[in-house]
Design a protein around this ligand. Structure first.
Ligand SMILES: C[S@@+](CC[C@H](N)C(=O)[O-])C[C@H]1O[C@@H](n2cnc3c(N)ncnc32)[C@H](O)[C@@H]1O
Length: 351
């Protein structure tokens, strides 16, 4: 077999870049947990100064800063020996409530990778691995990964894109948020629509507990509550709106879930299904965003679905057609793509 030297070296460069990114993920999580990025956003600092400011050990901080500069996450001034964040780096690295927050994504990735031994085994057996069996960084990282996108778009563009929904939420409506995790989406909606009642549910009791804690102290009163329940059997209704944020494709029985959502809706109600952005074919998804989602899907979404009754797995890159078919099979008569961002597609399904 003839090896093309140029193609081989291009592949080696690619893998070295990926290796650096993989190891750097640990440093990004460390920098976030210890407040290193937040402190550096205040002003340029030398390693000793940043260590003193954050109560950390200078030799570790020095090595961390060098790696961060090599990766383009901080800037280095050779003349002064100081490190700094640009406005853009600070914007994406320091604010968990802003529209972009890279450390949350890496926390999710590191948490997911802790399950590598179980996932390797699952590839051999075909067994599942439930969401609840993962490291707690998966739950917290998921919230911190998704919330920026929700704060940027949910109340400003996704809900207004649904037919007549925003007006109902303003005057007072009943909403269920299914597979709500730590409740980031539920709480954002509740804060925006003070006349409406929100019920979040998730099969994972630990996430429901955290969601309840997140809502405490936000003066949302009993307008917001969280319950442990599977999507196929959550309580209450009839609802004006049932939302599913990045959860439908995780379910082993998505048809059962969609049918239950349909039966919990008022006749003029709406189901909002937020799914990862994906093209119609595998080929359409062979790009950096598809790579991110396929990788998370193999470690989180597919194993979770295969761990549940139903044993069917859409995966995180299912695309529009399977979701449209699911909605039709569940008894929805209208289905459309209502909004999209580079990371998400928002579908509207109506009875
Ligand atoms: C990717 S997370 C998204 C969480 C949350 N909606 C968000 O956007 O941050 C998927 C969620 O679906 C939940 N889930 C998975 N299968 C479920 C099921 N059958 N019924 C209810 N929730 C489920 C998981 O526990 C997890 O919290």
């Amino acid at each position: 077999m003839a090896i093309d030297e140029g193609r081989l070296m291009a592949f080696v460069h690619k893998f070295v870049g990926d290796l650096g990114a993989t190891m750097a993920a640990g440093g990004i999580v460390v920098g976030d947990r210890l407040g290193l990025y937040r402190a550096l956003a205040e002003r340029p600092m030398r390693p000793q100064e940043l260590a003193e400011r954050t109560g950390t050990a200078a030799r570790y901080v020095e090595e961390w800063l060098r790696g961060q500069a090599a990766g383009g996450y901080v800037e280095y001034d050779e003349a002064t020996g100081a490190y700094a964040l640009t406005e853009e780096q600070a914007f994406a690295l320091t604010n968990p409530n802003g529209p972009i927050f890279a450390p949350g994504a890496f926390q999710l990735a590191i948490g997911a990778l802790r399950a590598e031994p179980q996932i390797t085994q699952a590839f051999l057996t075909g067994d599942g691995l439930g969401w609840h069996e993962h490291d707690s960084d998966v739950f917290a990282g998921c919230e911190r990964f998704f919330r920026p996108g929700y704060s940027a778009s949910l109340t400003s563009s996704w809900l207004p894109a649904l037919d007549g929904v925003e007006a109902k939420l303003r005057t007072g409506a009943q909403v269920a948020d299914v597979g709500c995790g730590h409740g980031a989406s539920t709480i954002l909606m509740a804060q925006a629509f003070p006349s409406t009642t929100f019920v979040g549910s998730d099969y994972h009791a630990g996430s429901v507990e955290q969601a309840t804690k997140r809502a405490e102290g936000l003066s949302l009163g009993d307008r917001v509550s969280f319950h442990t329940a599977a999507a196929q059997s959550f309580n209450g209704g009839p609802y004006d709106l049932v939302t599913m944020f990045d959860s439908l494709h995780d379910m082993g029985d998505p048809l059962g879930a969609a049918r239950h959502v349909r039966s919990s809706l008022r006749d003029d109600g709406t189901s909002m299904i937020v799914e990862p952005a994906a093209g119609a074919t595998v080929g359409d998804n062979l790009n950096p965003i598809g790579r991110v989602y396929y990788a998370f899907s193999a470690f989180l979404c597919v194993p979770n679905a295969l761990s549940q009754a139903g044993g069917y797995s859409l995966g995180a890159q299912a695309g529009e057609e399977p979701i449209r078919r699911l909605a039709a099979d569940a008894g929805f008569s209208r289905f459309r793509r209502a909004a999209e961002t580079p990371f998400n597609i928002v579908y509207e399904a109506r009875p």
